[in-house]
Design a protein around this ligand. Structure first.
Ligand code: ZN
Length: 221
């Protein structure tokens, strides 16, 4: 499940359901928004302190946010949340365990998806039972980067290089992640075609600078 700006209490420039508590928004508004989300999913929501890396945390019960860019749980009493505003929210769903990952340029290149799947392996979850969703994120025609950065990321993650509409160097994060998943042995891979920078109902750091964060969530029923 992925949230949007709809239904929250934050004021501009965070207007809507901002779930990020590290972006300068009123802490009271963020905590009301987080309570609204928890009541919508019917269980406590576990957030993380995201650091653009590939650290994965195994969660068994709600607690303070771990310093991590991915979480996995085999417990039904908690929903896992990843916060984004252009980076890719990745949801892993299997009958035995679920996970979320924060996959931006750095996390993708650092191998956050592979690190997350390794935790599923350690739990004994069959990879073919895991469906992976790559949620709304900045698209390959909007995410302009310097030419040397594109070359570096494309070398580390083949398939991630792209071009903007103007023909300048860009990255397509979801294409790179899909390429990484192609050999990972997972079940279904679903790609959202929504671009955060082109969708006014989503937060986009590239478009707006100071702004909120929306969330991708996964939980066991
Ligand atoms: Zn776009």
């Amino acid at each position: 499940m992925v949230t949007s700006r709809d239904g929250g209490t934050s004021m501009p420039p965070y207007a809507g359901l901002n779930l990020g508590d590290h972006v300068g928004d009123d802490p009271e508004a963020v905590s009301v928004n987080r309570r609204l989300l928890a009541s919508r999913v019917g269980r406590p929501v576990q957030f993380m302190r995201q650091v653009h890396g590939a650290q994965v945390s195994l969660v068994r019960a709600p607690g303070p946010p771990p310093e991590a860019d991915a979480m996995v749980t085999d417990a039904a009493g908690v929903a896992l949340a990843v916060l984004v505003a252009d980076c890719v929210p990745v949801m892993f769903e299997s009958p035995a365990a679920v996970g979320v990952a924060h996959a931006g340029r750095q996390g993708m290149a650092a191998g956050v998806l592979a690190a997350t799947l390794k935790i599923f392996d350690e739990l004994g979850v069959d990879r073919s039972s895991i469906d992976v969703t790559l949620g709304p994120a900045i698209c390959g025609r909007c995410y302009e980067v310097p030419a040397d950065m594109r070359a570096d990321v494309q070398r580390r993650v083949p398939g991630s290089g792209s071009e903007t509409r103007a023909g300048t160097p860009a990255l397509d994060l979801r294409a790179g992640l899909r390429a990484q998943l192609a050999t990972a042995g997972v079940g279904r891979v679903v790609l959202s075609d929504r671009c955060s920078a082109e969708s006014g109902d989503l937060y986009s750091y590239r478009r707006d600078g100071r702004t909120g964060r929306f969330a991708g969530l996964a939980w066991l029923p």
